[in-house]
Design a protein. Structure first.
Length: 218
């Protein structure tokens, strides 16, 4: 039981960071593109309490599947609705990629300092490193998962806006079936089977870039 609680506490920071920055990015880009409603909705903040859905958060922590409070976007304020809606949709996953890279870089710097003897490896640093690794992984998972072109994920906005009315009509006509398919894919672990190698590949690629950067200072 103690190990279970510790494990959940280790991933807590990564989940809070990933969800908060993801939703903030949606709101911020929407606001910059003309959606003034983000001001009074209170989403132009990194405060996790403004972005987290209690039920979705609890499920994410203990079941591995959940959701945040979605950012409601008023696309009527956009000058170029299709383009701007696409940018808003991509903002969340892109922010997760940036956060993943930043924490991977922090991980690389800590490893360099340990290698040089500037700091001594200890149980505390092992815990910190594990939490940072978790933050990188969680952000990459959230990025890749949200790019799936199935409602209500960000990817369906991107595909719909690029391909036009026919795809949007398909989404509207089959929204419930597509959501059910997504839910079954998650329950049957199909999403992990398909997305796992993609996330692992991205993690390795980012760490290679970080290693190249860190090696400049060795």
């Amino acid at each position: 039981m103690t190990d279970f609680i510790i494990q959940k506490l280790m991933i807590l920071p990564g989940i809070l960071i990933a969800l908060s920055f993801h939703e903030f990015a949606h709101a911020f880009v929407a606001y910059k593109l003309g959606d003034e409603s983000q001001k009074f909705r209170g989403r132009l903040t990194l405060d996790p309490l403004k972005h987290i859905d209690p039920i979705g958060f609890i499920l994410l922590m203990f079941v591995g599947f959940g959701w945040a409070k979605p950012v409601q976007v008023d696309s009527r304020s956009f000058k170029k609705p299709r383009r701007d809606d696409t940018l808003v949709a991509l903002a969340g996953p892109l922010m997760n990629l940036i956060i993943a890279f930043v924490f991977a870089l922090i991980l690389g710097i800590i490893s360099l300092l340990i290698f040089k003897g500037t700091i001594v490896s200890s149980q505390v640093f092992d815990i910190i490193i594990t939490m940072i690794q978790g933050t990188v992984s969680i952000n990459l998972v959230l990025m890749v998962f949200n790019l799936i072109p199935i409602p209500p994920l960000d990817g369906h906005h991107v595909l719909g806006n690029i391909c036009g009315p026919k795809v949007w009509n398909f989404y509207y006509a089959h929204a419930d079936k597509l959501r059910l398919f997504l839910m079954l894919a998650i329950i049957l672990n199909l999403t992990s089977i398909v997305l796992g190698p993609i996330v692992s590949g991205l993690y390795s690629f980012i760490m290679k870039i970080v290693l190249m950067i860190v090696n400049l200072f060795v």
